[in-house]
Ligand binder design. Structure first.
Ligand SMILES: [Zn+2]
Length: 333
């Protein structure tokens, strides 16, 4: 929210210098409003409210998060999943390597252009530069690739001076970056790390099971109309262990009439997963869970027509089809 305020103040200050600059800045503000600013989020939310069902409405909160922008989501969905190439120690690692192939534009950011000469010819230049920059921390590597060492170091310094805990974490010091740099870094850092999280999901049910209702539009037998299903239903007996799809922090663990007993896990970088109709959960809000850790037992609570797990995956505030990112079953031996 502070970023939009800054933009407005910058506009007011610089605008006095001339009509042309004014016009360009108004254009930039409108462009920003259309993408990831609170104003843009509100407009998108209102549009979804006016035209779509409740399930399609993007989360307003998510629009304010550091997260993956929608066009990056489309690119991740189009990607084929992790290739799990063994590229040796020191190289930019999986699953972020595959994510980078899907998310990074071929055009190298200005901050990394100076490195191109030393990298030389490469089949995928962004990946070659990431390999060159990588020192063991994918988040730092992507941020340096996006905006350079200096801007990052200054933002960390400011965050530390302001008494922030963990200033070197991107989520913490991004608020101390210039707005334009934060936008570029968001897309490359959050986009790629979020895509990596999605490309290395654990499936929440371990054993064999039937998908009783897939993601997407379906004919609702009771309401007798087309309705959007924002997740995947897995038909499993009450008491089946439910696993966290990815490492993350529990943001919700409660109960309501619709979802029954349910859990939402925030995996960072705009990725969230939820698990509904549970019979019980074994974690509480604020707990950190590992990938594939048991978080509860499936059930038939809330508005449910039979024992099943409803699993929703959100990327950048929008739901995506989890089955697109379902890990392949291990080959029978
Ligand atoms: Zn469902």
């Amino acid at each position: 929210m502070s970023r939009a305020k800054t933009t407005a103040m910058e506009k007011a200050g610089v605008g006095r210098r001339g009509g042309l600059i004014d016009l360009i800045l108004v254009g930039m503000v409108l462009l920003a409003a259309g993408s990831r600013t609170p104003l843009g989020g509100l407009a998108q939310w209102a549009w979804a409210l006016a035209t779509g069902s409740e399930a399609e409405r993007p989360s307003l909160i998510a629009t304010f998060d550091t997260g993956i922008v929608p066009h990056v989501v489309a690119r991740i969905e189009a990607s084929l999943g992790p290739t799990a190439v063994d590229v040796g120690d020191g190289a930019f690692p999986e699953p972020y390597r595959s994510a980078a192939l899907a998310t990074l534009p071929a055009e190298v950011p200005a901050a990394s252009l100076a490195l191109v000469a030393s990298v030389g010819e490469a089949p995928h230049l962004p990946l070659a530069i990431l390999d060159h920059l990588h020192r063991g921390d994918p988040e730092a590597t992507l941020e340096i690739y996006a905006i350079g060492e200096d801007l990052r170091a200054r933002a960390i310094q400011r965050a530390a001076a302001a008494g922030e805990p963990d200033p070197s974490s991107y989520a913490v010091h991004r608020r101390y970056l210039p707005a334009a740099a934060a936008r570029i870094a968001d897309e490359l850092v959050s986009g790629t790390l979020g895509a990596g999280a999605v490309l290395s999901l654990a499936w929440p049910i371990a054993g064999e099971h039937r998908i009783s209702s897939p993601y997407g539009y379906r004919h609702h037998p009771v309401l007798n109309k087309r309705k959007f299903h924002n997740g995947v239903d897995m038909a499993v007996p009450v008491g089946t262990p439910v696993l966290s799809a990815q490492r993350g922090t529990v943001s919700v663990a409660k109960e309501d009439d619709l979802n029954g007993r349910y859990v939402v896990i925030d995996h960072g970088y705009g990725v969230r997963s939820s698990y509904c109709h549970l019979s019980e959960h074994s974690i509480e809000k604020g707990d950190v869970v590992e990938r594939a850790q048991q978080i509860g037992l499936s059930g038939n609570t809330g508005r449910s027509t039979g024992p099943h797990l409803h699993f929703t995956l959100r990327v950048g505030g929008e739901t995506v089809d989890p089955e697109k990112f379902r890990p392949a079953a291990p080959a029978a031996s």
